[in-house]
Design a protein around this ligand. Sequence first.
Ligand code: EPU
Length: 335
Amino acid sequence: MERFENINLKRYNTFGISALADEMYNCYDEEEVHEALKRTAGRRRYVIGGGSNILLLGDFHGAIIRPLIGGVEIRLSDSDYTYVTAGAGVEWDDFVRWAIENGLYGVENLSGIPGHVGACPVQNIGAYGVEAKDVILNVEGVWTDRPGMFDLDAKECAFGYRDSIFKHEMRGRGVITHVTFRLSNKPDFKLDYGAIRQQMESERAEVTAANIRAAVKKIRDSKLPDPKVQGNAGSFFKNPEVDKSAADAIRADHPDMPSYSTPSGLVKIPAGWLIERSGMKGQSLGPAAVHDRQALVIVNKGGATGADIMAMCDAVKSRVKEAFGIELTAEVNLV
Ligand code: EPU
């Protein structure tokens, strides 16, 4: 275990925001997570994985816990599936690459997403028609408010769109240490979401997991800013779900509005489209800006504070509210 005091978190969040934490613990196995929790009992704590979905609003007075548990291990294989457990600290995209190299299917569409394995069930990360919930079997971790470990199956995780029990009842109550995935031994490719098929056809690429991965990475790179070059946390907002009458009212004025119907009967409207149509795409406010190629993303042009990013977020929200009567909500976790 490593322990730091008064540490600047700039390197540990992809927005690149400078903020101090009183303490930070790097934990390399389950025992070290237990130890860090014991040492910080009764104090304010926050778990950071890859730091790719958080916005630091100021200095953090408390302890940051970083579960950096590695390892990817095949637990069991039957004729259809292979069950694989990965440590919370494994880079998500390394896990995806590992799966493809080992002939296992199901996560190829989730290529190129920044962050750690431990965060994938919290957000229920998703892209191109696949969500983490489609492949998660169970999630294990250490309770923060009682002794011992938890082990939740996918149903207990209560996954929703960018949502899970870890954002609600389990919030702050556990540190995820391992996630077990059920990967397929046979392909069942999903090419019809977004531009995957188009991208592959334009390159005359054979339909393989490795080529899907390459296509997804190309599409992402063409739209999403690289956090190493310009600080950001991917989509800043969730795509709002509204009832059909509200969607129809907008469509009456904007017949080209993209939308998707959800299983619950609501209509999902891309926030990026709403933001672009409200005139905010590419707009700046101080050192924060709405990305000029993907309006869902807010970027740090350099030296932004959490408050600067929030000011941009509020400006976007009020413009979209004014233009469409829709209240956007942040997808990024505010710390
Ligand atoms: N759009 C615009 N203007 C924009 C951005 C998008 O008009 O500036 C329109 C597009 O033309 C398209 C629609 O909005 O018709 C959807 O856009 P896109 O396919 O780029 O996907 P998204 O809804 O913007 C979501 C996820 C992404 C994920 C992609 C691909 C959320 C909040 N975001 O974005 O996830 O990669 O789908 O599946 O659900 C993330 O969560 O950080 C993230 C990047």
